[in-house]
Design a protein around this ligand. Structure first.
Ligand code: UDP
Ligand code: MG
Length: 139
């Protein structure tokens, strides 16, 4: 059975566009409930750790530079079928091919500066939530 937890970040490009409110509104209207939320900024080592799975790829260094370039909003979300439904809401990694009406179609700049993160599995939703939030912060 699919899990009920997913994790997102509103990335520095969307924060600097003042799109935090609009994106959270879309998330809530799609039926997701906020379990934990934090406005923060990633250090270089945090960004490298969070995206460790992409280490060695040609876009890794640029991604780390981008993700540390300004504040982000980290959010743990709850909904039935959370991971798949959230990925549908945000759209494809590259906004040029993202469906109309998705968060990335509306707010992303390009394939790197693509407005939001979304977990790709229940396992990563748990790991990513625990990366940002302690047990007492999740309620
Ligand atoms: N990314 C990039 N260039 C690429 C592919 C990905 O800069 O060619 C960045 C982009 O910000 C993306 C992140 O790396 O969101 C993680 O990539 P992934 O393939 O996991 O995409 P996602 O799961 O975020 O859709
Ligand atoms: Mg991914």
């Amino acid at each position: 059975m699919a899990g009920t937890l997913t994790f997102t970040m509103i990335k520095p490009d969307a924060v600097s566009k003042n799109a935090i409110g609009a994106i959270i509104k879309m998330i809530n209207e799609a039926g997701f409930v906020i379990k934990a939320m934090k406005y923060t900024r990633l250090s270089e080592s945090q960004a490298q750790q969070f995206y460790a799975i992409h280490k060695g790829k040609p876009f890794f260094e640029g991604l780390v530079n981008f993700m540390t370039s300004g504040p982000i909003v980290a959010i743990a979300l709850e909904k039935e079928n959370a991971v798949a439904d959230f990925r549908k809401l945000i759209g494809a990694t590259n906004p040029e091919v993202a469906n109309e009406g998705t968060v990335r179609k509306l707010y992303a700049t390009n394939v790197q500066q693509n407005a939001v993160h979304g977990s790709d599995s229940d396992e990563n939703a748990n790991l990513e939530t625990n990366f940002f939030f302690s047990e007492v912060e999740k309620f």
